[in-house]
Design a protein around this ligand. Structure first.
Ligand SMILES: *Cc1c(COP(=O)(O)O)cnc(C)c1O
Length: 435
């Protein structure tokens, strides 16, 4: 069933570290061999062995209207014929900036980069340049790409300074990153008190999507807003995942809280490599060539990527009912998965914001990194493989959110529920045997 994928994975490992160009793809978190894909259309994925899957990853978000969506394909083809890159300004960059400004609250200026990582790294540099301060606050379990400053875990207990969670990150860098518990305003207050006048930026996922899906508690975002205003700290919403996904204006629109800087990625490029950061004029005017904070990119504002993004975001802007449809489909899936797990007495809890769904195999509500870590990773691996062999592609890690696309039909969701029913029966047997 997976012969070609297995052979490709074997071959890839000779030339690419771990056989993959991004670690989660290697299936280490769920076991087994990664599936190599060949093509996709709408809600369906087709692998190298000719197996088909209903897709709940959507390239980690960008495929919000499904794969190979015709207007995006057309836009890319047209742009490619005119040149794949100029390394010089083009009109489409302005069009996309104008559109994003219309969609996202409080965005005066925006700078295009090539990935979410780059967007977050740059936003931090801008915040430091703007405030003249060095330290940043981030939250445990939030992911902001692989920039050095973000690869820091909280030390245990009352330790204030982070320790690097990856070799290659220097102690110096780690010392400037302070880590707080998600959804814990008191913890953030403590860090501000211990580092008076030193915190340049507080960065967070306003809806955490890299520890399953963890929404902000009531008042959490507003509390952070108030603290940052009081402390003169730049509040950065990392909307790489939730931007354009939970609402056209992302989490800022959904929760009515205004950040100072916002970062984007994933959906913004419709599947091409794009990221962006932007915010208030007052802050963005420190960015080169207007101001002294340097940030550049040979391929930034790439015409293929800009045209693809413009096609997708235009649809999301003009057709708001997409968000209602996504919400209904995801609510339906959530409800049925709940019934299936309940029927088989499988301990579970869900978190959902719009079309982001976190599936956890643990009892208590997941609100932060610690509660997220209680999910049964083994069981998730079994669930993942049970679904995979029944033609449903879930994120290959217990700590990732599902992303639904509007290409999913009622039929797809019914098939998914059927697959879950059969898989849950297997899981229940396994749990019984394991005692
Ligand atoms: C994916 C992600 C990033 C990193 O973006 P890349 O394009 O993978 O570099 C940053 N922040 C969040 C919230 C993300 O989900």
């Amino acid at each position: 069933m997976y012969n070609k994928s297995k052979a490709l994975f074997e071959r890839a490992q000779h030339f690419i570290p771990g056989g993959v160009n991004s670690p989660v793809r290697a299936f280490k978190a769920v076991g087994g061999t990664p599936v190599f894909f060949e093509r996709a259309k709408g809600a369906m994925l087709y692998d190298a062995d000719g197996n088909e899957y209903i897709d709940y990853v959507g390239s980690w978000g960008p495929m919000i209207l499904g794969h190979a969506w015709d207007p995006v394909i057309e836009a890319v083809k047209k742009a490619a014929e005119k040149s794949t890159s100029f390394g010089a300004p083009t009109e489409v960059e302005i069009e996309l900036a104008e559109l994003i400004k219309e969609m996202v609250p409080g965005l005066d200026k925006i700078r295009m980069v090539n990935s979410g990582t780059e967007a977050c790294m740059s936003a931090i540099r801008v915040a430091r340049g703007y405030t003249g301060r060095d330290k940043i606050i981030k939250f445990e379990g939030n992911y902001h790409g692989h920039g050095d400053s973000f690869l820091i875990k909280a030390g245990s207990g009352a330790m204030t300074f982070g320790t690097p969670s990856s070799p290659g990150v220097t102690k110096g860098t780690a010392q400037d990153t302070l880590t707080a518990n998600y959804n814990d305003l008191e913890d953030v207050k403590r860090l501000f008190d211990e580092n008076k006048g030193e915190v340049a930026a507080l960065i967070l996922e306003p809806i955490a999507g890299n520890m399953g899906c963890v929404p902000p508690n009531d008042g959490f975002l507003q509390g952070l807003r108030d603290l940052c205003t009081k402390e003169g700290t730049v509040l950065i919403f990392d909307e790489v995942m939730c931007g354009f996904r939970v609402a056209p204006g992302g989490a800022q629109e959904l929760y009515g809280v205004q950040a100072d800087l916002v970062t984007f990625g994933k959906i913004i490029g419709a599947g091409l490599p794009v990221g962006a950061y932007g915010g208030k004029d007052e802050i963005m005017k420190v960015v080169s060539p207007v101001g002294p904070v340097y940030q550049a990119g040979t391929l930034s504002g790439n015409p293929l990527a800009m045209n693809a993004g413009l096609a997708l975001l235009s649809e999301l802007h003009n057709n708001r009912k997409i968000y209602d449809e996504l919400d209904q489909k995801t609510a339906h899936l959530e409800e049925w998965l709940h019934r299936v797990f309940k029927h088989h007495e499988i301990t579970h809890t869900f978190n959902r914001v719009g079309s982001m769904l976190g599936v956890f195999f643990c009892e208590d509500k997941v609100t932060d990194f610690e509660s997220c870590s209680k999910t049964d990773v083994q069981l998730f691996g079994r669930f993942f493989h049970g679904m995979l062999k029944r033609g449903v592609y879930l994120p290959p890690s217990a700590y990732e959110s599902l992303f639904l696309s509007n290409a999913l039909t009622q039929d797809h969701i019914d098939q998914t529920v059927e697959a879950a029913e059969e898989t849950a029966e297997e899981l229940a047997e396994y749990i019984q045997q394991a005692g």
